[in-house]
Design a protein around this ligand. Structure first.
Ligand code: NAD
Ligand code: MN
Length: 777
């Protein structure tokens, strides 16, 4: 114990360590943990230890879940599900509410347990993680209560398999379990192997509140256990973790019909404009990349700062960095705790070395004892440096300067990822302009890492798909009303014919592909005799590539706004009605009439599929905005050649996407007839492109194309292949069965839901309260 006068000499902070005796008693009582299956704990099996990364001390023995354990848990969840879903919303809500209440009472216990197992400072687990967990269960207790009113005709999906990482162990559990069970699903959750303890404490809370057996099951283990869960008889997989594992899960679930939500990595930009409040921006860095030792998927790990203020910003940044206190996680005055595991520490140190070898300067960032790494940042990181694109997942940012806002945006979007972005500017004009242009699922203006249960969170591009939080997040755990499916006519194998072989008939006007608003001969010059008897162009890989290029050039379509797009779509409908008799004679009057109505229907929606403003905490304006994906691939069924094309293309373009469509393989002529109508209706060239040919071959090319951001596949077969082929850029693939297309309007919203991705934009009103930093807790 130092004397008072010694303290006066050094002015150091004294230790202020949170008491861990209650947690240690609990650990001693258990020592070896089994799984939580069907309401009780199984005997502990063979497994591994989890430890405190700050000291290396072993905390407990954990069982390695086998495929049999997973199967038992899924069986329990399956059995419990119908009864759980049949409870009234109010009844389910009261369980969620009880869980929230008990967690709230145990906040301190859970915070200490989380900090011990993960290494994060108690200040963070106490002030961010656990309060957000509580908020999540309360919020979703509300959704359970309101299910019948707010999601009429929706039902639970069934059993959800959920796999979470180690960076926010209990918070990620809450993000997954709360919406799932609120909606009437039951779950099997696998916590991360480095941090299973709070999930096991949560299992005890489920027992304590008398949650019906089997509603929540927890199986511990490593990636193998996770892989077994992916393979198991579940209806949905929700995963948060690395992009690499996300891809493996996409491939493993392809063609199974399992719903999928992937929340993956990021390399998010942190933009500091010339007019930013630089002190606030520096605090933003503290909250963004030095929060939780930078082990945050949405960390603003690429600092982009305006050249004019870069020097001043860096001075403030390094000064602030030096005041951060690295120390024991349980010390209440620790800012920087331990990295979760030696493996992760090594990864961080190795990546920093590689970055330096590639020409970067590392400021700070020295590795310490045990699992410690000091906060730091890398300067002089060119886009060719691995640190520019690789997720370091530690307290090390990169710092790059820019001159203009355009340059800032092009640097910001120069990444495969699209999880989050932070923008610092005192100008609302500048900040909102950048927020609109940056490609990410979440945007924080003048703040960082703001989370709330009401605000959807999730990524674009290779950061994954699906959202967690709020109304949009609930939809990922529900099935909406589904129209009856109609068996698809199996397409015939098309036989290629060269021009000559087409018996001198030549290729007339209607027998060309439609690319960039013009008729184009197919690349190979080949045609095929469609089952309809018509000679039609045989599109190939190169034609698809050309069509994607044309669709890319038409990106202004999104900028026209809903009203502008509606005008064009009304005009298409009008021109189609002018040709009603002629096209009706060729393709059926009913189909033409239904197509006209379909165009009107989605034109109506174009300016009415609204975003929402959600209530998080007082003082934040949080908007959730539907955004087009960009280029969509649309694979039509082999039926209803005119109507299916219109029915699928219309919702996609109404939302601002551009489309490469593969029409009904056996009868694509109707699609080319519709293309003529597009041409006379002010639809900008390239918004819709039509490539006829062998359905599944062309679908596979679209699935594998990195510039195609989303894919719809309609039909009985082939979903597995396109889902597998789509792992490259992790595009969301929606595969669905063929419908009676005359009835589609009744299900119009379902198509719009799949034509957008949501962007959540946080804008604090005025300045954030002094001293709170920007992490919203
Ligand atoms: P990971 O993706 O390997 O692990 C995340 C979870 O998935 C864990 O529960 C793990 O057991 C499980 N898992 C691993 N392999 C699996 C498989 N084949 N099938 C099913 N489940 C599987 O991530 P990690 O090894 O813990 O960390 C590696 C990197 O991932 C980090 O350095 C970081 O870049 C990234 N990461 C991202 C997040 C995020 O929030 N997006 C979280 C943690 C890690
Ligand atoms: Mn641990």
């Amino acid at each position: 114990m130092p004397t008072v006068s010694e303290i006066m000499d050094t002015m150091d902070y004294g230790p202020s360590v949170e008491d861990s005796s209650a947690v240690r008693d609990w650990l001693k009582q258990h020592e070896r943990f089994g799984h939580f299956i069907d309401g009780s704990f199984t005997p502990a099996g063979r497994g591994f230890v989890t430890s405190d990364p700050a000291t290396g001390e072993t905390l407990a023995q954990i069982s390695q879940g086998t495929a049999e354990d997973v199967a038992a848990a899924v069986k329990a969840a399956r059995k419990a599900q119908p009864k759980w879903a049949k409870l009234t919303g109010y009844e389910r809500a009261s369980y969620l509410y009880a869980i929230a209440r008990v967690i709230q009472k145990r906040e301190r216990f859970l915070s200490v347990l989380e900090s011990l197992d993960n290494g994060k400072p108690i200040r963070e687990s106490r002030d961010a993680d656990i309060p957000l967990v509580v908020r999540h269960f309360y919020h979703h207790a509300g959704w359970a209560e309101l299910m019948a009113d707010e999601f009429p005709d929706h039902s639970a999906i069934g059993v959800a398999g959920q796999i979470v990482p180690w960076n926010f162990p209990l918070l990620m559990l809450a993000w997954k379990i709360a919406p799932a069970i609120a909606a009437g699903n039951t779950v099997v959750l696998k916590p991360a192997e480095y941090t299973p303890l709070t999930a096991l404490a949560f299992a005890e809370i489920c027992q304590e509140v008398g949650l019906p057996r089997g509603v929540v099951n927890i199986v511990t283990g490593d990636g193998e256990t996770g892989a077994a869960l992916v393979e198991a008889d579940v209806d949905k997989i929700a995963f948060t973790g690395s992009t690499e594992v996300g891809r493996a899960i996409r491939a493993a679930t392809a063609g199974t019909g399992k719903r999928l939500t992937l929340e993956l990595g990021g390399k998010s930009p942190f933009i500091v404009m010339e007019d930013a409040d630089l002190d606030a921006a520096v605090e933003g860095v503290v909250d963004s990349i030095w929060f939780n030792q930078g082990q945050v998927c949405c960390a603003g790990s690429r600092i982009l700062v305006a050249e004019a203020v870069a020097e001043r910003f860096e001075t403030l940044l390094t000064r602030r960095m030096e005041t951060l206190r690295m120390g024991p996680p349980l010390d209440k005055s620790t800012d920087v705790g331990a990295i979760v595991h030696p493996v992760q520490k090594d990864r961080i140190v190795t990546l920093c070395k590689q970055a330096v070898a590639a020409g970067a300067d590392l400021v700070g960032g020295a590795p310490g004892e045990a699992c410690y790494v000091a906060p730091g940042y890398l300067r002089e990181v060119s886009p060719a440096n691995p640190a520019w694109s690789e997720e370091i997942f530690g307290p090390i940012a990169t710092l790059t300067t820019f001159r203009t806002a355009d340059e800032a945006i092009s640097l910001a979007n120069n990444t495969r990822y699209g999880l989050a972005a932070q923008i610092f500017s005192e100008s609302a004009t500048v900040a909102t302009d950048l927020a609109a242009q940056v490609k990410s699922g979440v945007v924080w203006i003048n703040g960082a890492n703001m989370f709330d249960a009401a605000a959807p969170f999730g990524g674009m591009r290779e950061s994954g798909f699906g959202r967690e939080g709020g109304r949009v997040g609930m939809l990922d755990y529900l099935s909406g009303p589904k129209p009856d499916s109609v068996k698809e006519k199996a397409p015939k194998t098309p036989k290629a014919m060269t021009d000559g072989a087409a018996s001198g008939k030549g290729i007339d006007r209607t027998e060309k592909l439609y690319i960039g608003g013009a008729q184009k001969r197919p690349d190979g010059g080949a045609s095929y005799r469609a089952a309809s008897g018509d000679l039609v162009p045989l599109g190939n890989r190169k034609d698809i590539r050309n069509a994607v290029e044309a669709a890319k050039k038409a990106s202004k379509w999104a900028a026209m706004g809903g009203h502008g797009r509606a005008q064009v779509m009304y005009f298409i409908a009008e021109n189609l009605s002018l040709r009603r008799d002629e096209l009706g004679a060729k393709h059926g009057k009913e189909a033409v009439d239904a197509a006209i109505r379909r165009l009107f229907h989605y034109a109506a929606w174009a300016d009415k599929f609204d975003g929402m403003n959600v209530q998080t905490k007082p003082g934040y304006l949080v908007n959730v905005i539907p955004q087009p994906f960009g280029i969509m691939g649309v694979i039509c069924p082999n039926d209803a050649p005119l109507l299916s094309l219109v029915s699928l293309v219309a919702p996609a373009i109404a939302m601002g996407n551009t489309v490469v469509a593969v029409p009904a393989q056996d009868d694509p002529v109707a699609a080319f007839d519709i293309a003529q109508v597009f041409d006379t209706s002010d639809l900008p060239g390239g918004v819709v492109n039509i490539i006829s040919g062998p359905k599944d071959d062309l679908a596979a090319v679209l699935a594998a194309h990195d510039d195609v951001a989303a894919l719809w596949y309609c039909g009985a077969k082939g979903a597995e292949a396109v889902e597998k082929a789509s792992t490259g850029n992790l595009k969301p693939v929606w595969s669905f069965e063929n419908l009676d297309w005359t009835k589609q309007s009744a299900h119009g919203q379902r198509f719009l839901d799949h034509a957008v991705q949501w962007k959540t934009v946080w804008l604090p009103y005025g300045a954030l309260p002094a001293g709170t930093g920007s992490v919203a807790y």
